[in-house]
Ligand binder design. Structure first.
Ligand code: ARG
Length: 406
């Protein structure tokens, strides 16, 4: 009988490299390593593939999924103006469902019964992997060697030494870093004391915003909620994020330092760099301010917050998330036009907005002679608008228990 097969989410780093041999030894199964390029930069995919094989994988699948990530994960997040706790653009939370999709596809293609990840038991990513896999392939089993079979850092290093694995154990950064084209997350080390300020050494996508540089003016074009051009040059979603990462990163834009509520109930200190995402989100919100009708805009704000929480909480493939996607998608009709911004000194400032789909009506808004707004209508409008409150106030005066306890 042929051996059972396990698909492993592989990063190329120490932990998942050791996990290949660790899982194989513990389970007697064959391990297939799967690595995805979501724009994290660093090593060549072919180098990562070879390392997986050298560490004992029977197969290594590597995929450049950068465009898929930009178009199908970052774009919906942009259209949802998605910010967890009003600040964090979901960098890691967005990439996990895409990785899950490729893990499940590899499990199917190679006849594996089990999927494995290298997450600890304290973070959100274990939840995102396992809930995601369960939603796409409820028949697959999941194992987590770092969390469930004692693969600690020290044991991983000892294992790598003992087996002579081709990994440099000294290259390990003092931080836990996860990065992709949408941004970069940095945790642990001295950052675990939330009173310790981040030092420059923590950052890599952004320059120090206090170092003066000439401001960079930029014009972003949107078509139905999709960024289509920068300064008049057509771009794909991936190119838009990459160019803005460069230009906003050079101005020190998109640094975040926050205490975050993890799904597992722990408060953790997180430092993020999201230069391109920050500029795109700021511009997209302003494009919506100009083009989305008031009630839809107000309703959407509530839906956006829920969408961000669902994605943060690992429920990308859930029915509610899918239903909210429909609402958000349909809201993007007419989110078209141009946004002008100045990038400088760590800040992205909108300085202009225009477009054919604009709902801004100069003749209604103006206070000068071209005014077409009939101000006499406001009097009756206010009378009717305030009528229910007035009736309730009269009742309260009569019976007591009004708003100020009168
Ligand atoms: N706290 C963030 C999140 O849950 C980032 C996690 C990043 N993972 C890491 N290994 N640093 O989405």
């Amino acid at each position: 009988m042929s051996k059972d097969r396990i698909v492993l989410a592989y990063s190329g780093g120490l932990d998942t490299s050791v996990a290949i041999g660790w899982i194989a030894e513990e389970s007697g199964s064959e391990v297939i390593a799967v690595a995805a390029d979501v724009g994290q930069g660093g090593e060549d995919l072919e180098v990562i593939r070879q390392r997986a094989l050298d560490c004992g994988a029977v197969e290594a699948v590597v995929a450049d999924v950068r465009d898929e990530y930009a178009d199908e994960y970052c774009l919906p997040a942009l259209q949802a103006n998605a910010l967890y706790m009003g600040r964090y653009p979901l960098v890691s939370a967005l990439s996990r469902p895409l990785i899950v999709k490729h893990l499940v596809a590899a499990a199917r293609a190679h006849g594996a019964s089990t999927v494995s990840h290298g997450c600890t038991g304290k973070g959100n990513d274990q939840v995102r992997f396992e809930v995601g896999i369960g939603a796409l392939a409820p028949d697959l089993r999941v194992i987590a060697p770092v969390r469930d079979s004692g693969m600690t850092r020290d044991k991983a290093i000892a294992f790598a030494d003992e087996k002579g694995l081709p990994i440099d154990v000294n290259k390990k950064s003092p931080y836990s870093i996860d990065q992709n084209v949408w941004g970069r997350a940095v945790e642990t080390g001295f950052l675990e004391d939330p009173w310790n300020g981040p030092i420059e050494d923590v950052y890599s996508y952004t320059c120090d915003p206090s170092v003066a540089r000439a401001p960079d003016e930029i014009v972003l074009t949107f078509s139905d909620g999709l960024p289509t051009a920068i300064d008049g040059r057509n771009v794909t979603m991936l190119q838009a994020i990459e160019e803005l990462n460069r230009r906003a990163g050079a101005q020190g834009i998109g640094r975040l330092d926050m205490v975050e509520d993890r799904l597992v109930g722990i408060k953790s200190r997180e430092v993020y760099e999201v230069p391109g995402a920050h500029v795109l989100l700021t511009a997209h919100q302003e494009m919506e301010n100009l083009t989305v009708e008031r009630d839809l805009a107000r309703y959407k704000r509530g839906a956006e917050q829920r969408w961000a929480e669902l994605v943060y909480d690992g429920l990308w493939f859930s029915p509610l998330k899918r239903a909210l996607d429909e609402l958000i998608r349909s809201s993007q009709r007419h989110v078209s036009g141009e946004i002008r911004m100045v990038l400088s000194g760590g800040t992205a400032t909108v300085t202009g907005r225009r477009g054919e789909a604009s709902l801004y009506d100069f003749s209604l808004a103006t206070y000068d002679a071209q005014d077409t707004f009939d101000q006499s209508l406001a009097k009756g409008f206010i009378e009717l608008w305030g009528m229910p409150s007035k009736i309730a106030a009269r009742r309260d005066l009569r019976l007591g228990g009004g708003p100020s306890g009168t």
